[in-house]
Design a binder for this molecule. Structure first.
Ligand code: BTN
Length: 255
């Protein structure tokens, strides 16, 4: 019996064939290890490499989360990849919500979204999204990093309790999850580029983990969460009236 983990088999060709009609020039690159797939695509963007790509790493040694936090994922326990896309939406606001919504809809009816970019299930975090952008000569390039827990992380020392896809999808592996989510996600990203967030508002609100709860933001707003507006800004009914939060630098928690 071998003590080594089975190598992961990635369905790169099938995914590529389903995506390339909508994203000409699209490629898929799978690496055993890198510091961070987002960091790597931002490095390439600074060197004027702006082709559409899915860059996946089986292991990240310096995975990054939002607000300067670290993102940890063990090989096989997490799916970690970034999409790098030449991208010119009229309005970027709500992009992380659109990405989260597509992932949630691909994964199941009980996956919720915690504004602005977390996937939740049963009040626990199942994944996160980190969006960065570069621009050069008036053209912009989006780097959309996605980290999803396939299995529960071995550490219990987390700021937020974790959920995992294998809890509701028995036998799920990172390659199976990648195959399920990628084509719908790239289609959703094409639609967002031309239509923005407004057509997604109701679907987001139906999965909003904070809606109807008393919440507090990191910039000290407190009140009842009323979902998001048609730009994806979080609406909080405070004692001073309704306030909108649209900065991705702000985090919000239920009280
Ligand atoms: C968050 O929850 O704050 C966002 C987590 C995003 C993690 C993904 S994993 C792939 C990509 N590379 C990174 O370094 N981060 C993102």
């Amino acid at each position: 019996m071998s003590t080594q983990a089975d190598p992961l088999r990635w369905p790169a060709e099938a995914i590529w064939a389903s995506v390339v009609p909508e994203w000409p020039g699209f490629s898929i690159e799978i690496l055993p290890e890198i510091d961070s797939t987002n960091t790597e695509l931002m490095r390439r963007a600074r060197n004027a490499v702006h082709d559409p790509i899915l860059l996946l790493a089986e292991r990240q040694t310096a995975g990054r989360g939002r607000l300067g936090r670290a993102w940890h994922g063990e090989v096989g326990h997490a799916l970690t990849f970034s999409l790098g896309l030449p991208y010119q939406p009229q309005n970027w606001s709500g992009l992380s919500l659109a990405v989260g919504l597509s992932l949630a809809e691909s994964l199941g009816p009980d996956i919720q979204l915690k504004w602005p970019n977390d996937l939740w299930r049963q009040q626990r975090k199942m994944g996160g999204i980190l969006i960065e952008a570069a621009s050069q000569g008036g053209k912009s390039y989006a780097v959309i990093g996605i980290g999803l827990n396939i299995q529960l992380p071995p550490t219990t020392d987390l700021r937020t309790p974790a959920a995992a896809i294998a809890e509701f999808w028995q036998g799920a592996t990172a390659p199976m999850v990648l195959e399920r989510i990628t084509q719908p996600l790239l289609k959703a990203l094409k639609e967002f580029e031309t239509q923005g967030f407004a057509p997604l508002q109701q679907r987001f609100n139906a999965r909003d983990a904070l809606r109807g709860l008393k919440v507090q933001s990191s910039d000290a707003l407190e009140g009842l969460c009323e979902g998001v507006d048609n730009q994806g800004a979080l609406q909080i009914l405070t004692n001073d009236g309704r306030q909108s939060i649209n900065s991705s630098e702000v985090s919000v928690r239920a009280l």
